[in-house]
Ligand binder design. Structure first.
Ligand SMILES: Nc1nc2c(ncn2[C@@H]2O[C@H](COP(=O)(O)OP(=O)(O)OP(=O)(O)O)[C@@H](O)[C@H]2O)c(=O)[nH]1
Length: 302
């Protein structure tokens, strides 16, 4: 029986996994491959699913991490996707807080052995965040190290504005932490998709699990009552603690237009949204002081 080729997309919050996923889906469509996506988000609200075209079978696991609290559900959902569709390829986008080996373990369950061929783990790393990782908690740093160590293909993303020494540092870190693994430096997760799809999974190395309770990454959703002024919002963002790793959701600006808003490692990004989406932002980070956040956000509403 033909097995479904599985790719696991890993990498810290906001590193560029969904940006890569969109390109893989486009390539698989051009190759006439039937592809499905299993997407996991830490928050209770799904935002990234909009990146998946409506003709691609999609299952979502929300409000937890597939490498720990949702691992049983991951097996069930994978089974369902394989049984309901005649798939060639299945892409799992893990949350940025997931340990890739724990996700791999769930895919290698005896229950799924006849269904899946796991091609490997692709880790997308936010290069500027990695270079400045000393501002992060020990656990988050450890998780990023694990995501690099266990990659079968390593993508240093967001490298466009880096200096020569920083590029060299990334190359040295890749060689030190995961010698011999293909690694590339890029922007907007642009990669040679043929090379990526011909991945070979390496021998498993011993891994260091990082339990969710130790990682302390939490999510919080803020529903907006109205539009906000972009300038005031961006001033507020600049004052935000660095332990807020990621924000995503829908926001209305003073032009009364709704935008898909994304924020990761200091960079805000707005994309016009033409559907009437609920105005809310998902915050993901450590030590979220939701009272202070709420107070600041309320003041922004026009
Ligand atoms: N400046 C810059 N922004 C990028 C690059 N790649 C991705 N982004 C932006 O970074 C933000 C996060 O990208 P995503 O692809 O959603 O990241 P992700 O890893 O899927 O995020 P989570 O699923 O929340 O962990 C988005 O606003 C992207 O447009 C890049 O190379 N440079």
């Amino acid at each position: 029986m033909k097995k479904v080729n599985v790719l696991i997309l890993a990498g810290f919050l906001g590193s560029g996994k969904t940006t890569l996923l969109k390109q893989i889906l486009q390539r698989e469509k051009e190759m006439n491959h039937k592809t499905a996506v299993l997407m996991n988000e830490l928050g209770e609200v799904s935002i990234d699913s909009d990146a998946v075209p409506s003709d691609v079978p999609l299952k979502e696991l929300l409000n937890g991490c597939i490498c720990c609290s949702l691992s049983d559900q991951l097996e069930k959902q994978l089974w369902g996707l394989c049984k309901e569709n005649e798939l060639d390829t299945l892409i799992i986008e893990a949350t940025g807080a997931a340990h890739p080996i724990d996700v791999l373990d769930a895919c290698l369950s005896p229950y799924l052995l006849d269904e899946l061929h796991v091609a490997g783990i692709i880790s997308v790393m936010d290069a500027p965040r990695w270079l400045n990782r000393d501002t992060m908690s020990v656990q988050s740093k450890m998780l990023m190290i694990e995501q690099i160590k266990h990659a079968d293909y390593l993508i240093w993303n967001k490298t466009g504005d880096l200096k020569k020494e920083e590029i060299q540092q990334l190359k040295d870190d890749a060689a030190r932490l995961n010698e011999g693994t293909p690694s590339i430096l890029t922007d907007l997760a642009k990669v040679d998709l043929d090379a990526l799809m011909n991945l070979t999974r390496k021998e498993r190395k011993k891994h260091q699990s990082i339990p969710a309770e130790k990682l302390k990454v939490k999510t919080w959703v803020y529903p907006f009552k109205g539009a906000v002024k972009k300038e005031a919002f961006e001033n507020w963002l600049r004052e935000m603690p660095s332990s807020i790793y990621r924000i995503k959701g829908y926001i209305k600006l003073e032009d009364e237009q709704i935008y898909l808003f994304q924020y990761s490692y200091g960079l805000p990004n707005y994309e016009k949204e033409f559907m009437k989406m609920p105005l809310r932002l998902v915050f993901i980070g450590e030590n979220l002081d939701t009272a202070i956040l709420k107070n600041g956000l309320e003041k922004l509403v026009i």
